[in-house]
Design a protein around this ligand. Structure first.
Ligand SMILES: C[S@@+](CC[C@H](N)C(=O)[O-])C[C@H]1O[C@@H](n2cnc3c(N)ncnc32)[C@H](O)[C@@H]1O
Length: 268
């Protein structure tokens, strides 16, 4: 349970989780289901072009900012709380040849320090679900946008109450226990002041992630040796329990209770 954790500890825990080699190995630099494909879908939905300035909130290792800059020619500023991942993002932007248009800064999504109205679009992938104060983060996103500017969020969608086993800190930072039903994201965007809110379902992104999870489970012993980790302690799950959870997650995907959503909206 994370309800009793101080918000600052929760944020720090999330930032350090995504610094681990194991997570990076599992997810690559794109720390969200759907990888660059869903980021591209987000860019299309937001109508980005080479005149757009995009704010990428909770950018992790910068994969979304870099992909958007490459694909749409836009400029981007990514913010996150992990200096290690921000540094990696800067290196990756240089490698991709977009470092003249993309920069990365340490900043809290709930307290952005940019002036009002400076961005054409705000994106945030697989991160809103982890923020302790979601209304504050959305209200900051709204403040960042020029009038008519667009927000694009991709996030885990959970339509049912999770079992107690899936409500601990690992499940929170892994974007599961803080996830909301699709209606919850839509209402949160509307409550923050966004208009023209639209939801697209991308359940296939979760299926692909579960496939990867199954491959990790099959290589349990190898992964432990390779990374010098005790997976049972790290996940707080035995291999058998992890298998059962993945099988349960698949059933939820099939029934539509677990999915990945792309949400867009606009500042009036
Ligand atoms: C699941 S990762 C997603 C990263 C990135 N958006 C991506 O899709 O590759 C969640 C990210 O949220 C960041 N984060 C968590 N709380 C934050 C906050 N309050 N402000 C800024 N970043 C935060 C973490 O450091 C982590 O990089």
């Amino acid at each position: 349970m994370v309800d009793h954790m101080p918000p600052e500890d929760l944020k720090a825990c999330c930032a350090s989780f995504y610094e681990s080699d194991l997570v990076r190995r599992f997810l690559g630099d794109s720390f969200h289901p759907g990888g660059e494909d869903i980021t591209r879908a987000l860019g299309v939905a937001l109508g980005l072009d080479d005149g757009s300035l995009v704010l990428d909130v909770a950018c992790g290792a910068g994969a979304s900012s870099i992909a958007l800059a490459q694909e749409f020619g836009c400029s981007a500023v990514g913010v996150d709380l992990s200096e290690e991942n921000l540094e990696r993002a800067r290196g990756q932007a240089e490698k991709a040849g977009v470092d003249d248009r993309v920069q990365f800064l340490m900043m809290d999504a709930e307290e952005l320090t940019f002036e009002d109205g400076g961005f054409d679009a705000v994106v945030s992938e697989c991160a809103l679900c982890t923020f302790p104060d979601k209304p504050a983060a959305l209200s900051e996103a709204l403040r960042m946008l020029r009038p008519g500017g667009r927000i694009g969020i991709t996030d885990v969608v959970v339509e049912r109450d999770l079992p107690e086993r899936a409500q601990g800190i690992l499940f929170h930072v892994a974007c599961i226990s803080g996830a909301m039903p699709a209606r919850g994201y839509i209402d949160a965007l509307v409550d923050a002041g966004f208009v023209d809110v639209v939801h697209e379902d991308h359940g296939e992104a979760i299926t692909e992630l579960l496939d990867r999870g199954e491959r990790l489970l099959m290589g349990w012993g190898v992964v432990e040796k390779l990374y010098g980790v005790d997976l049972e302690a790290w996940l707080d799950l035995s291999q058998e329990e992890a298998k059962e959870m993945l099988a349960g997650a698949r059933k939820w995907v099939e029934s539509g209770d677990l999915s990945y959503g792309l949400f867009t909206g606009a500042r009036p």
